[in-house]
Design a protein around this ligand. Structure first.
Ligand SMILES: [Zn+2]
Length: 311
């Protein structure tokens, strides 16, 4: 009993420090036993972050990455386990999270996603579905890894939730609603209290609402926050603790509220555009949310302006 208490305390101590002991980009980090996080090289190769969960008999990968990102991660998984990679989960349809699906499929994996991911692919990946060239073909012009690969859409789809549970490990793939895209999925490990967020939560100036909704982003993150994760593995940027989710949520709440004030005055989009530098500066004074202000800030402000009925 005493030994058990000791190991529990040691585990708690280790777990409290995990988010602080940050691994470098490209370094696999075991954030909980059998639960891995790998920060992709976003700056040079546009790679997203990847996670993997080692179950008793197989491995579940979280986010397929670009093909070159998948090629980079695969040997790092193989370093730790020879178990078959049976599933790869796309947190959403974007190329940096899903274009590497073929790499995992060639390993024998089935591609899993919220049904909104397939719907989005049918909408944007028109080339794959017999129409005019879509996003994939556009990306392939600038990326040799994409040009050499093929797009494999997810074929195992879930409406709200899908559960993997072998008695030892449990992973819940959950759709809480629209955020970064219409098909955002989270991977939640209730035992380890680890949450993989995809791009619904990032750690840095990487938000983009082009395929999603700023207004709906807030309740989606609130639902994720209610899980009370201990470790948050974002779609881009460093792994963090629950504060990362809090700050991401505060950023979108603040952006929404600031733009709403604008809409309420009856001012038009041109006035909002003019006020953008001041808006950036105002939000930038809040140290909890300044980290999220990047190149897509103006686009997100304009998006929520439209969502709020601004003219
Ligand atoms: Zn994305």
């Amino acid at each position: 009993m005493r030994k058990k208490a000791w190991s529990w305390m040691l585990g708690l101590w280790v777990s409290c420090w995990v988010p602080i002991l940050q691994a470098a980009v490209g370094e696999a980090q075991e954030v909980a036993p059998g639960v891995w996080f790998h920060e992709g090289d976003l700056v040079r190769r546009a790679h997203c972050n990847t996670g993997w969960i080692v179950f008793r008999d197989y491995v579940l990968v979280v986010d397929a990455n670009f093909p070159s990102g998948a090629d980079e991660v695969l040997p790092k998984i193989r370093k730790g386990t020879a178990k078959p990679i049976r599933f790869a989960f796309d947190t959403h349809h974007h190329g940096d999270h899903a274009y590497g699906n073929a790499v995992w499929a060639d390993q024998g994996a089935t591609i899993v996603a919220h049904e909104g991911v397939l719907k989005a692919m049918q909408r944007f990946e028109t080339g794959l579905f017999g129409g005019a060239p879509g996003r994939w073909e556009g990306e392939a012009r600038g990326r040799s890894d994409v040009a050499r690969s093929r797009l494999v859409p997810p074929s195992l789809l879930f409406p709200d939730r899908m559960i993997f549970d072998d008695g030892e490990k449990r992973a819940e793939l959950v759709h809480f609603g629209v955020a970064h895209t219409e098909g955002d999925g989270f991977a939640w490990l209730p035992k380890e209290r680890v949450l993989f967020t995809g791009d619904a939560c990032v750690n840095g100036p990487f938000n983009n609402a082009g395929d999603g909704s700023v207004l709906k982003w807030v309740p989606t993150l609130e639902a994720a926050r209610a899980l009370k994760p201990r470790i948050v593995c974002p779609g881009h940027g460093l792994v963090g603790g629950p504060e990362l989710l809090d700050h991401q949520l505060e950023f979108f709440r603040t952006l929404r509220d600031e733009v709403k004030e604008f809409v309420d005055t009856g001012a038009g989009i041109e006035a909002l555009k003019k006020a953008m530098p001041a808006l950036r500066e105002k939000l930038g004074r809040n140290e909890r949310i300044r980290n999220f202000i990047g190149g897509s800030f103006d686009g997100m402000a304009e998006k929520v302006f439209g969502e709020l009925g601004g003219k």
